[in-house]
Write a protein that binds this ligand. Structure first.
Ligand SMILES: *[C@@H]1O[C@H](CO)[C@@H](O)[C@H](O)[C@H]1NC(C)=O
Length: 209
């Protein structure tokens, strides 16, 4: 085999390999796997598959937490499948709070677009890092750590957050503890809270037992 033939063959290999692995827009009709969703048929993709307009609209903050998280994770924006990143929009009305929560699957970086947000996280050594953030400030929240955002200004606050995963997940601690059917005595035994407080929180958050 001549050196020219080898070169052509290897270029062909590189070209075909690259085109197969450029992206993997999720086929949401199939099941998610630990390495992401299977790919949608590449021949059926158009530019629309790579664009998502869902973050242009403020989320509805008429709720208990006076805040809304609008995600552009794989489920909403299948193009991020396999790319190791995703975005979400946070809207916080006056008095709004994104309660203590974690993203088991990814680290987060937040950028304040408008308003004033007091944000913080708790390390696994239980050290707290929190700061009042203004327009243009960014803050990171390392993967898996408990964190929160509070609108500490007088008006609305608005931020974008980006994640180091297409499916970072979201577990809100109060919902995990009080919005399900785990018996009150087990919640009491494992949190050291009194039963009356647990019943009250279950009532507010929709838990039973
Ligand atoms: C926002 O949510 C509230 C409570 O669910 C609902 O009553 C209201 O109609 C919603 N507003 C909009 C603009 O969707």
């Amino acid at each position: 085999m001549s050196i020219q033939t080898l070169l052509v063959l290897s270029l062909f290999f590189v070209a075909s390999y690259a085109s197969v692995n450029d992206f993997c827009v999720a086929d949401l009709s199939q099941s998610d796997t630990p390495s992401g969703y299977p790919c949608k048929d590449q021949k059926k993709l158009t530019e629309k598959d790579f664009v998502y307009s869902g973050l242009g609209v403020a989320g509805n903050t008429s709720n208990l937490i006076k805040a809304a998280v609008t995600p552009a994770f794989t489920a909403q924006f299948p193009a991020v499948n396999g790319l190791g990143l995703s975005l979400a929009r946070l809207d916080l009305a006056a008095g709004g709070v994104i309660p203590m929560h974690t993203h088991p699957g990814g680290s987060e970086v937040l950028v304040v677009i408008s308003g004033t947000i007091c944000a913080g996280f708790i390390s696994s050594a239980n050290t707290v890092y929190f700061k009042t953030l203004n327009k243009g400030d960014i803050m990171v929240f390392p993967q898996g750590l408990l964190h929160f955002q509070i609108n500490s200004g007088k008006g609305q606050a608005f931020a974008y957050v980006s994640f180091s995963s297409p499916s970072p997940g979201l577990q809100i601690t109060d919902f995990a503890l009080f919005a399900n059917d785990l018996p009150t005595e087990l919640v009491a035994a494992t949190t050291f809270l009194d039963a009356a407080t647990i019943k009250k929180l279950k009532g507010v958050l929709g838990g039973t037992n």
